[in-house]
Design a protein around this ligand. Structure first.
Ligand code: G3P
Length: 218
């Protein structure tokens, strides 16, 4: 499984986001690999309507409808076609109680939660909330091009073991610095169910080629 986080990269926003989501859809269908995208809230309605792959939000706020200026909640992204959301990304941290709120709310709405963590201990802690996915990403490797699955394989292995010990249904992703097929394959060998990545594809000179290489089509 490959989740591509478009972040707030210019190459993954607006018209560029729609083009990249279409590339992801085409590569997913041609390779048979599950590929999903996590896009900016502004792009979500259009992209969710335009592609057959799953589209996620990058963040939701732990609030109901109401007097919360600037907030985007789980109900809103559902209405616009999101499959689920990333929660607690290292660039958008939440309090534990807010993570719990978001996981529960997404579950109640029949949506998928992907909770990001920064190390083995937080992966174990968050697994107790029973999200659909935890995604362990050592912050210092994010955007570095140095793959977590190669630089810190023990983090991936221990995160998988501790997450499954707490909640055997939880799926585990790893991320940070994943750019090449060998990084992805290594992550799977270490027990991860998939990867969460951004710059390796979004910032690639040739996004389509980067994604094809990742899934083994080139
Ligand atoms: O959400 C994915 C992410 O934080 C990893 O980023 O650029 O290292 O693939 P990157």
């Amino acid at each position: 499984m490959i989740f591509i986080n478009f972040k707030a990269y210019k190459e993954g926003f607006g018209k560029n986001a729609l083009e990249l989501a279409k590339i992801a859809e085409e590569v997913a269908e041609r390779s048979g690999v599950y590929i999903a995208v996590a896009v900016n809230h502004l792009d979500l309605p259009v992209i969710a309507k335009s592609v057959r792959i799953d589209v996620f939000a990058q963040h939701i706020d732990a609030v109901e409808f109401g007097s919360y200026t600037g907030a985007v909640n789980a109900e809103m992204i559902k209405e616009y076609g999101a499959k689920g959301s990333l929660i607690n990304h290292s660039e958008r941290r939440l309090k534990l109680a807010d993570i719990d709120f978001c996981v529960s709310k997404l579950k109640k709405l029949g949506m998928i939660s992907i909770v990001c963590t920064n190390n083995v201990a937080t992966t174990a802690a968050v697994s107790a909330l029973k999200p659909d996915f935890v995604a362990v990403e050592p912050p210092e490797l994010i955007g570095s091009g140095i793959a977590v699955s190669k630089a810190e394989p023990e983090v991936v292995e221990r995160a998988v073991a501790s997450a499954k010990k707490i909640c055997k249904e939880v799926k585990v992703l790893c991320g940070a610095g994943i750019t090449k097929r060998e990084d992805y394959v290594r992550a799977l060998e270490l027990g991860a169910d998939g990867v969460l990545l951004a710059s390796g594809v979004v910032k690639a000179k040739d996004q389509k080629k980067a994604l094809e290489e990742l899934v083994g089509l080139s």
